[in-house]
Design a protein around this ligand. Structure first.
Ligand code: GLV
Length: 321
């Protein structure tokens, strides 16, 4: 066994903890819940690599506590907003993530949320389960049409493009907003037209958020921006909760200034704003974007390969810095 230590913060699909533990000092098997902050700080001391999840805050304190032995932070997620990448870079620590392998699963979920919110699945299912259904109702749970509607995608990366692909089957008109406009051939391939964010919000019947959380995108969908959306529009968020002002969204839904929302992510996970819990027409999922067995296994394999590559002085498959 090598003398180097690693920390795996949680039992994860696709991450062969036992075989890693035969090669590196890895401590006790990881827990089945997020690692407590105190345990994380204790276990990273002198470690060479950390394999973590989006529930672990790998900030300057963690990096400092790990010390100069630390070479790799491998995140079991595509988003790396839980990692202080700038500080890691300053310390010569490679940060890696797991893009691509979760693109289709997350786009499936985004489209499912779009459909579910448009047709009031959550309210209607609750009504049925509560035994309140007395028979077919010509006025019950009327939704908004998806077919032929205008879809606005905010963040046209891989997941945004995969959502656009799904919308073709529904003959949707696709608008997108990204910091950088795609080259014309990629726009044509995605069948999407670029808009400034305010125009996209004003024109779209469905807005799907697929941006990474950065200093620029935090609070992007503010109260003011929400007020630009059509009253019959639906907002879907499969990005990060902090991209939306949650309180403003909840009040827009309660006041009928938006038709519905489909949310997979929240500002303070796992806490969900109480006003959202009681908001009409909100479909609320517990951060399931990548939650298929295939995607999660592939994420684990990729996160492991990222970690091993850095520790073996090879270029990792998915570096962030
Ligand atoms: C999930 O939210 C991820 O970033 O992988």
């Amino acid at each position: 066994m090598e003398d180097r230590a690693i920390v795996v913060t949680r039992r994860l699909p696709g991450v062969p903890f036992d075989s890693l533990a035969r090669r590196f000092r890895a401590g006790a098997p990881p827990p089945d819940a997020p690692m407590a902050r105190g345990d994380l700080l204790r276990r990273v001391r002198g470690a060479s690599g950390i394999l973590c999840t989006l529930a672990d805050r790998v900030d300057a304190e963690v990096l400092e506590t790990a010390g100069p032995s630390l070479k790799a932070v491998s995140n079991f997620a595509v988003g790396v907003n839980n990692v202080d990448v700038a500080e890691a870079t300053r310390r010569g620590v490679r940060v890696c993530n797991t893009p691509e392998v979760l693109t289709e699963a997350t786009a499936d979920l985004g489209f499912a949320l779009l459909l579910a919110a448009a047709r009031k699945f959550s309210d209607a299912e609750r009504f049925l389960r509560e035994g309140r259904w007395t028979g077919w109702d010509p006025w019950g749970f009327l939704g908004v049409p998806v077919h032929g509607a205008t879809l606005g995608i905010v963040g046209m990366g891989k997941i945004g493009a995969a959502v656009a692909k799904r919308s073709r089957g529904f003959s949707m008109r696709v608008l997108y907003h990204s910091r950088r406009r795609l080259p014309p051939e990629r726009e044509a391939e995605a069948g999407a037209s670029w808009r400034g964010l305010d125009d996209l919000l004003a024109e779209s019947d469905f807005v799907v958020l697929c941006v990474p959380l950065t200093a620029e995108t935090r609070g992007l969908i503010s109260r003011e921006r929400l007020s630009r959306m059509k009253p019959a529009a639906v907002l879907v968020n499969v990005a990060r909760g902090e991209v939306v002002e949650e309180e403003a969204l909840a009040s827009a839904l309660s006041a009928g200034r938006l038709f519905a929302a489909g949310l997979d992510v929240y500002e303070r996970e796992p806490v969900v704003h109480p006003a959202l819990l009681s908001a009409p027409s909100a479909v609320l999922l517990p951060h399931l974007g990548s939650a298929t067995g295939e995607a999660r296994e592939a994420m684990g394999r990729l996160a492991t390969e990222n970690l091993l590559a850095v520790l073996e002085h090879r270029e990792p498959p998915c570096p962030v810095n």
